[in-house]
Design a protein around this ligand. Structure first.
Ligand code: SAM
Length: 215
């Protein structure tokens, strides 16, 4: 099957039956060429219902998890978004399709460089990538309307909450290094509103406000 048909099938069999409803999210999942982010070694299974290894001990998340996290962000197209954990760049491309500007931080330089070159070759001009510890956020560009963390945190990094604008939404997997719950946090005048969503398993968020490197 060609990539476009594989994406149609992915949406029809993995996303809609599990409750993804946002049409903008579903359409972006139909458009973004996941196989170009998954890497050569995964060409044959890029659209399978699973996370895949992208080298350096890291993964590109399962399509369903990308769709759930993106839907929880409630993007309308005007937002400035911060992503922590660029990885392959696939989630970043989804955000670039659905928001105004995306700032993405990856701690492993080779992954950040690869993702940036994919964005260039696919002509995404509204996504900015840098290498560093994303648990510190990107203070020069704050506040952000939305923040998405695509690695597992022991707790929500304080600098990211500080850099979330009023009425902003932050989505993050929080728990142990073996299993987490996807949290959605909304910042309101009255304080933070926390919702618990699906259980999940992500690679660890390593950094000053995440897990320590060797823990
Ligand atoms: N969003 C990615 C994608 O679409 O391919 C998947 C991300 S992968 C599950 C998690 C990524 O978070 C890894 O690439 C890892 O190196 C990165 N990471 C872990 N701790 C980080 C930190 N403190 N700052 C930035 N990136 C971090």
């Amino acid at each position: 099957m060609d990539p476009k048909s594989l994406r149609e099938e992915m949406v029809a069999t993995q996303l809609i039956p599990r409750g993804i409803k946002d049409h903008r999210v579903l359409d972006a999942m139909r458009r973004v060429p996941r196989h170009l982010f998954a890497g050569e070694a995964n060409l044959h299974n890029a659209y399978d219902d699973m996370a895949l290894s992208i080298g350096e001990g890291q993964t590109i998340s399962q399509p369903y998890m990308v769709a759930v996290m993106t839907e929880l962000l409630e993007l309308k197209g005007t937002e400035k978004v911060l992503e922590i954990g660029t990885g392959s760049g696939y989630q970043g491309a989804m955000l670039a399709e659905l928001a105004k500007d995306v700032y993405s931080i990856e701690r492993i330089a080779i992954l950040a460089d690869r993702a940036a070159s994919r964005f260039r070759s696919l002509s995404y001009q509204n996504i900015h990538v840098r290498t560093g510890d994303g648990t510190l956020g990107w203070p020069q560009e704050a506040p952000f309307d939305r923040i998405i963390i695509t690695a597992a945190a022991p707790k929500i990094p304080e600098p990211l909450l500080d850099q979330l604008g009023m009425n902003g939404i932050l989505v993050i997997p929080v728990g142990s290094s073996f299993s987490q719950i996807l949290l959605k946090i909304r910042k309101t005048e009255k304080g933070l509103i926390e919702e618990h969503h699906t259980p999940c398993v992500f690679v660890p968020l390593i950094g000053e406000y995440g897990w320590k490197k060797d823990s």
